[in-house]
Design a protein around this ligand. Structure first.
Ligand code: 3PG
Ligand code: MG
Length: 410
């Protein structure tokens, strides 16, 4: 998917009210932001609009908001952190209505270069996430606040939500611009080039718990890459499909046939499909997750019936690292084992280290693999770490993302 979309560089925002959808869905612990990557990633677009003299109205969702609007899922901490990062006041409109009278008044009072942040769009849950008639009305309320709309919420761009895509209809209707921000451009350039136009050899590394979550990613990447590496919990379903005993290891029983199909497809296409040749096993999953665990390493076809595979073994680390080192482009999504546990993080560390050391373009899908890179200290060694979890996966599936699609073409 190329990006021939209008961007913030393609229209003059001076004096205009610009609504910017960000993904400020950041992790919080006791009201404190524990990782502000997504806030930092939004700064270039916000700064650009501020410097252009726009009136910048920011909006985002936060969390799942299962129990209705509540203080714990308020965007207040984001406004505070954003003010610090921008070095200027970000006025927060705490109204649970998001677009109510308080917001309208605040927008009316804005000067050029001012920044305000609206309340969590999921406080209008049904309207935001299931845009039917009510969602259309909410999207129109958002559009009424602004002259132009910018989507910079890559992490949310796989959601056809009112504030992500539906809003563009109403902004466009009144002649406003619907553009993408710099973060969206960057994400799509890295991920898009890797998948559609990779410098070869192109190696894709997939991990994580479940095959079922990544069916289409496996299928799509198998067609696009030269080598597909599968580790993490999902590798065990593949090993079982090869006829191995996998003991108590994770297995998607319903996906065994699918794994067989993928292995046959790889063979037919002449692609390398690498699976773990050895495995770190223990009597059970550590509890707590980072608690002590007694691990031994066995060949992957020798996992005892009463043991559970929880990491890749040292021979596999070498195999995967060598494959990654021969690549010119690497995309990685999903940890190789239970990386939250120091004893079971070895496989994930080995892969991260191999990627950190290569000159290849290295692209890390968001979510757990991004967390692993950050936590293990390799983040600044990668070419690109996506801010999207689900969004980067859907992108790697080759799907069209509503948040991208909705923007004006150039
Ligand atoms: C994410 O963190 O995956 C994005 O912010 C989207 O959130 P969601 O999965 O709750 O839609
Ligand atoms: Mg998600």
């Amino acid at each position: 998917m190329g990006l021939n979309k209008k961007s913030v560089d393609d229209f003059n925002a001076k004096g205009r009210r610009v609504l910017v959808r960000c993904d400020f869905n950041v992790p919080l612990k006791n009201g404190e932001i524990t990782d502000d990557t997504r806030i930092v990633a939004a700064l270039p677009t916000i700064n650009k609009l501020v410097n252009d003299g726009a009136k910048v109205i920011l909006c985002s969702h936060l969390g799942k908001v299962k129990e209705g609007p509540n203080e714990k899922e308020s965007l207040a901490p984001v406004a505070k952190r954003l003010s610090e990062k921008l070095g200027k006041e970000v006025k927060f409109i705490a109204d649970y209505n998001v677009t109510g009278a308080e917001t309208t008044a605040a927008v009316a009072a804005m000067n050029e270069g001012d920044v305000i942040l609206l309340q969590n769009t999921r406080f209008r849950m049904k309207e935001e996430t299931k845009p039917g008639d009510a969602g259309e009305a909410f999207a129109k309320e958002l559009a009424d606040l602004c002259d132009d709309y910018v989507c910079d919420a890559f992490g949310s761009s796989h959601r056809a939500h009112a504030s992500v895509s539906v809003v563009t209809k109403y902004v466009r209707e009144k002649g406003g611009n619907c553009a993408v921000g710099y973060l969206m451009q960057k994400e799509i350039n890295f991920l898009g080039n890797a998948v559609e136009n990779p410098v070869r050899p192109f190696v894709a590394i997939l991990g994580g718990a479940k095959v079922a979550d990544k069916l289409n990613v496996i299928n799509n990447l198998l067609e696009k890459c030269d080598t597909l590496i599968i580790g993490g919990g999902m590798a065990f379903t593949f090993l079982k499909a090869k006829g191995y005993e996998i003991g108590k290891s994770l297995c998607d029983d319903e996906k065994i046939d699918y794994c067989k199909e993928m292995m046959a497809k790889a063979e037919k296409l002449g692609k390398k499909l690498l699976l773990p040749v050895d495995t770190g096993i223990a009597a059970g999953f550590p509890d707590p997750i980072d608690g002590p665990v007694d691990v031994t390493y066995v060949d992957s076809d020798k996992i005892p019936a009463d043991m559970e595979g929880l990491d890749i073994g040292p021979k596999t680390c070498e195999l995967f690292a060598n494959a990654a080192k021969t690549a010119k482009t690497v995309v990685w999504n999903g940890p190789m084992g239970v990386f939250e546990n120091p004893t079971l993080a070895k496989g994930t560390i080995a892969v991260a280290k191999a990627l950190a050391e290569t000159d290849a373009t290295t692209i890390i899908g968001g979510g757990d693999s991004a967390a692993a890179c950050n936590q293990l200290g390799f983040a600044d060694k990668m070419s690109h770490i996506s801010t999207g979890g689900g969004a980067s996966l859907e992108f790697l599936e080759g799907k069209e993302l509503p948040g991208v699609y909705a923007a004006d073409d150039k």
